[in-house]
Design a protein. Structure first.
Length: 558
């Protein structure tokens, strides 16, 4: 009852933004023009605004002339002063916190300034998404949800030189304001679970709270592998979980290592323990998830580009629940949001978040190069074309190149429907080969499909320091070696369409793509990234990793 009441109140709070968004999709050009005018006018007297003549900007054309496209490193002088405590640098609003995310270029970690304005922009997309979700499946209102909780990294407890907090307290903070409290009231697992830094204990405690929640209705995670790795532990941990449920205890006396809020949430539930044991006995090799969570309605996760295979495997674990692909969401901004197909049609993709930020789109030429001289606005996008996204946000990122590639799959009224294709600037370049994530993702998808390979994990990375440097297709799959070798051959063929890769091959700098069969590939990859400081929920399933040495990593992990 508590979760149902909280969900109903949350829906009521989301409805005004839902109505505004439905109005906006019918007037995209006007909505985006007003967004740019509002951001520029509000920040005209900041240091950045004065330098770039914001006061005299009257149109998108003026804006482009005065402000160049930028990467995160191009904001370095302003972000460093913000970290030191300076005000009025990029935004008139004070920076409430700095949210860490993975860096590119010279930045190992990027700290994204987060203001009230940026929070409002996120909420302008989150609330229509939630309203659409709940209105189109009212049974979701009736029980608790699990929202992705990531174990804390060291950065989440720090402050910048100027005393600005680094990182949100928990992942529900994006919801914002009083609605955040409603979300917390409907959660199956307390947000404080994220304070558990031991990844194995974190997984066990998370699964314990999920198993305890018979009435679970919604699961929202980022990486589909994050959830499937939890579920795959059910056969191994089932007896322990049932025993802890029955007694209200924690495995091996680990209760003393839990945050107080989590420890106090443990309680005995003998009836639920009996249900769990019965479900696990029914088919111990593949637990009956319908029996464990009979009311589960929806799983929300990444499902585009290289996450597609992992999402399909996750959907197969929960045949009674609908899998909803997430839109394109980054720490820096909200690009697209899922809208129920009965509203937006049957197009594959998500609706552009036209009320969140001012958006520009850099066309991709046939060769995969960006045409930065001719950026398009939202109302100018062509169905079937591909673009790289640039954001202007209330957090002070102006014409910021997100480097995510999208494809336009349709329109809902005037609003483009977009699908994430891959990372354009995620490039591996050991010998001048310049392989991009988007190209590799396409090559892997085509090669694996052509040979009928359905892997639990697949990734390409270079073994640059070996005696015979080559890109290796690391694959966790049951198919015979000959099939995987043939798939690697197709990948090689597709990569040689790239002039720079083909040149490195002809010079003998690189050898042909080979495959390596790995065990528990997704788990090893996820744990490796977490140990290097990324949040588990943020680790993206990439087709291409720009690092080297993965052969040794997967060997140790197995």
């Amino acid at each position: 009852m508590k979760a149902a009441a909280a969900n109903s109140l949350w829906l009521a709070g989301c409805l005004p933004d839902y109505v505004r968004f439905r109005r906006a999709v019918k007037r995209v050009e006007a909505e985006q023009r007003a967004m740019l005018k509002r951001i520029v006018a509000h920040n005209a007297e900041t240091d950045f605004g004065r330098r770039h003549g914001f006061a005299s900007i009257q149109s998108a054309r003026d804006y482009r002339r005065r402000v160049p496209l930028r990467e995160f490193d191009d904001f370095h002088e302003w972000t460093k002063r913000i970290e030191a405590g300076a005000w009025n640098q990029l935004t008139r609003e004070p920076v409430r916190l700095l949210e860490p995310t993975s860096g590119t270029g010279s930045s190992g970690t990027k700290l994204i300034p987060y203001t009230r304005g940026l929070a409002r922009e996120f909420q302008a997309a989150i609330r229509p998404w939630i309203a659409s979700l709940l209105l189109n499946d009212p049974e979701l209102l009736g029980g608790p949800a699990y929202w992705s909780v990531s174990p804390a990294t060291n950065a989440s407890t720090k402050r910048s030189r100027g005393g600005i907090p680094i990182g949100f307290d928990d992942d529900t903070a994006y919801v914002g304001g009083w609605q955040q409290r409603l979300v917390a009231a409907s959660l199956a697992a307390p947000p404080a679970v994220r304070e558990i830094s031991d990844i194995e204990l974190f997984r066990y405690v998370t699964l314990l709270f999920l198993v305890r929640s018979r009435d679970l209705r919604l699961i929202s995670v980022w990486n589909p592998t994050f959830l499937s790795l939890l579920i795959e532990r059910l056969p191994e941990w089932g007896d322990e979980l049932a025993r802890d449920l029955e007694r209200g205890t924690m495995r091996g006396g680990a209760g003393d290592r839990l945050p107080d809020v989590v420890r106090s949430s443990l309680r005995a539930d003998a009836a639920r323990a009996r249900e769990v044991r019965a479900a696990l006995r029914e088919n111990p090799a593949a637990p009956m998830h319908r029996a464990l969570w009979p009311h589960l309605r929806c799983i929300s996760c990444w499902a585009d580009a290289n996450a597609a295979a992992a999402a399909a495997r996750l959907a197969a674990l929960f045949p009674h629940a609908r899998l909803q692909p997430k839109g394109l969401i980054a720490t820096e901004g909200f690009v697209s949001l899922p809208i129920a197909s009965r509203e937006s049609g049957t197009h594959e993709g998500a609706a552009l978040a036209v009320r969140s930020h001012f958006l520009e789109f850099i066309p991709l030429r046939a060769a995969g190069e960006l045409d930065c001289a001719k950026p398009c606005l939202a109302h100018e996008l062509e169905i079937g074309a591909r673009y790289s996204v640039a954001l202007t946000t209330g957090g002070g990122l102006y014409r910021y190149r997100l480097n995510d590639t999208i494809e336009i799959t349709g329109r809902w009224h005037e609003c483009p429907i977009v699908k994430f294709v891959g990372r354009h600037a995620h490039v591996a370049d050991w010998f001048g080969e310049k392989l991009s994530e988007a190209h590799v993702a396409s090559a892997l998808q085509r090669a694996l499909a052509a040979r009928g390979v359905f892997p639990a994990f697949a990734m390409l990375a270079c073994e640059a320091q070996s005696a015979a440097p080559a890109y290796v297709l690391y694959v966790d799959a049951a198919e015979p070696d000959g099939t995987l070798e043939a798939a690697a051959g197709i990948v090689e063929e597709k990569l040689r369409e790239n002039f720079h890769y083909d040149h490195a091959r002809r010079l003998g700098q690189l050898h042909a793509v080979r495959f390596a069969r790995v065990a528990h590939g997704a788990e090893v990859y996820l744990d490796t990234k977490v140990r290097k400081g990324q949040r588990a929920g943020d680790v993206k399933p990439l087709a291409l990793d720009a690092g080297t040495g993965w052969a040794a990593t997967f060997s140790r992990g197995a």
